[in-house]
Design a binder for this molecule. Sequence first.
Ligand code: FAD
Length: 323
Amino acid sequence: MTKKVAVLGEIRDGSLRNVSFEGLAAARTIAEGGEILAVLVGASLGTLAQDMIHYGADRVVTVEDEKLAQYTPDGFSQAFLSVVEQEKPEAIVFGHTALGKDLAPKIASRLGCGLISDAVDVEIAGGNVVFTRPIYSGKAFEKKIVSDGIVFATIRPNNIAPLEKETSRAGEVTALSAEIKDLRTIVREVAKKATQGVDLSEAKIIVAGGRGVKSADGFSPLQELADVLGGAVGASRGACDAEYCDYSLQIGQTGKVVTPDLYIACGISGAIQHLAGMSNSKVIVAINKDPEANIFKVADYGIVGDLFEVVPMLAEEFKNLLI
Ligand code: FAD
């Protein structure tokens, strides 16, 4: 049955996050030929609506207001719900990001519908929309069928491939003026952590270090390898707890969930809580001194050796290959 699907475009630093385009691809499956409606909420949306159209939206509804310059649950839910009221979508897709995780349950409870959170795949089977989502910290996957009511899901970034960008695609963009009022949260200032290089949650290549790097300086060869490959550096909680790096780099159950094309784990034992954040990476390379380390059970390629010897050798080899 065809459906109208609303996809929330997520904006960071004035650009759309990739998960917005992945949401449009998920919507294409869910819609079964129905309309894909992108929803953009913010203070100055510029040409972002066109980007959503180029990646598969048929139409875009924008809600622009100075009060929406920063995300607040109150402001964004009022804006999104006004779009829902006007457009009456039969399905909704958000990214499973910090914003999506915060906003989706609030919207679902207001709409009185269920929510499939953290979906990694979607298909149509037996006339139903079927989502796949990880359970038990990624050790198993379950299929969830939505047979009635509004189909509402958050999708895990980097799992559903976006559609090909088509700059020739055209679509209607309309502005909805929603009254944003009685905000209980007012964001006065956003202080960002100074980070350089590629954003960890969107990186295609991640070089991650564990307690085996032994010190903050021990991350230098990993950073060098990441720079050569155009990737980002991540870490286990072991490395963060030991104060070798900042917690913003932590990958795992209580850190970031990443699914890059290539994950190079250096000096990481492979505890289940770490695997929960990276085991869906497309190719996993593990470098560890201990041949019995658990990380080798999920690795596609394993190198038993000292990371301080192996990582610089890899950086050197890739440098030669890539120039
Ligand atoms: P270790 O387990 O100490 O492993 C270090 C590894 O380095 C060893 O395998 C060793 O052989 C290897 N090594 C040492 N020297 C070298 C060398 N020179 N060259 C090569 N290899 C070397 N952990 C996470 O990562 N992310 C999470 O989100 C997370 N959440 C958690 C939530 C809860 C509720 C709990 C209880 C734990 C959580 N943990 C998490 C912690 C997790 O259980 C592990 O303690 C942690 O992942 C271990 O980090 P590690 O692999 O870096 O350290």
